[in-house]
Design a binder for this molecule. Structure first.
Ligand SMILES: [Zn+2]
Length: 253
């Protein structure tokens, strides 16, 4: 890992050349609008530093209530690029706007990986998490109706010996119908419906396991949330991953 001590960029010409060359390799372009902290730059940089989250496990979800009560500072002084600490990283969960949040476990996830066309949320449901989730709020219900509507949902889960998988179209909303704030991690399995970062815009019938266009929907979603609870009640943690895709996945069959 490179150490980056240069806190004060100077304009000495010989350094300019150096900076120009090294910028090709590691330095994201500085945004001209310096008031914009450019979250993407920070995130990209965190990734360049190798801060991948696969090893993160929660186990400390009690920190949630403290973290969510921290008032959100106005982000005029957020540092870009060179002052990003290699140790602290930003929370990557879409919907989390708390600049003091550095850990997706605050939202009930081991890791959140936003990609170009999809976001992957992984969680570990421990027996002690069952029944510890929270319901949705007016705030999260408004939030999901203000962001783009993912068109496809998939979920895989396993406790090591048993598991399941589901993948389905997040059915389009009827004209004038509002999306539900769907728990990415089910409420019964410890998911937080009162956090923007833990919900997604979901078709209400599918979310609630009701009929849609005369067809039952329980088997595509709710039943799997129940399966995860049932597996976890066996005493072992269940690992789960939910993928939300902006567009339906292409199939080559
Ligand atoms: Zn966060």
């Amino acid at each position: 890992m490179q150490s980056r001590q240069a806190k004060k960029p100077t304009n000495a010409p010989q350094q300019g050349m150096l900076q120009e060359r090294s910028s090709l390799a590691v330095q994201p372009k500085k945004s001209k609008t310096s008031q914009q902290p450019d979250l993407k730059t920070s995130l990209m940089q965190a990734e360049q530093y190798g801060h991948h989250l696969h090893q993160m496990h929660s186990g400390n979800q009690s920190s949630l209530s403290e973290a969510s009560q921290v008032p959100q500072p106005i982000s005029t002084h957020t540092k870009t690029s060179i002052n990003v600490s290699p140790i602290q990283r930003a929370c990557r969960a879409p919907g989390c706007n708390d600049s003091n949040c550095h850990d997706e476990s605050n939202h009930g996830f081991d890791a959140v990986r936003p990609m170009r066309d999809r976001t992957v949320y992984s969680s570990t449901v421990n027996p002690t998490d069952l029944g510890q989730g929270t319901g949705t709020t007016q705030g999260t219900r408004n939030y999901v109706n203000s962001i783009s509507y993912p068109q496809q949902v998939s979920m895989s889960y396993s406790n090591g010996s048993q598991g399941g998988h589901t993948e389905f179209e997040n059915a389009p909303l009827r004209s004038g119908q509002r999306a539900d704030a769907g728990h990415i991690r089910g409420q019964q399995n410890g998911g937080y419906g009162n956090q923007n970062a833990a919900v997604f815009p979901q078709n209400p019938q599918q979310n609630r396991g009701n009929h849609l266009n005369g067809q039952p929907t329980r088997a595509i979603w709710r039943e799997h949330e129940d399966n995860i609870r049932n597996l976890t009640q066996g005493g072992q943690p269940t690992r789960m991953a939910v993928t939300l895709r902006e567009q339906p996945r292409k199939r080559y069959s």
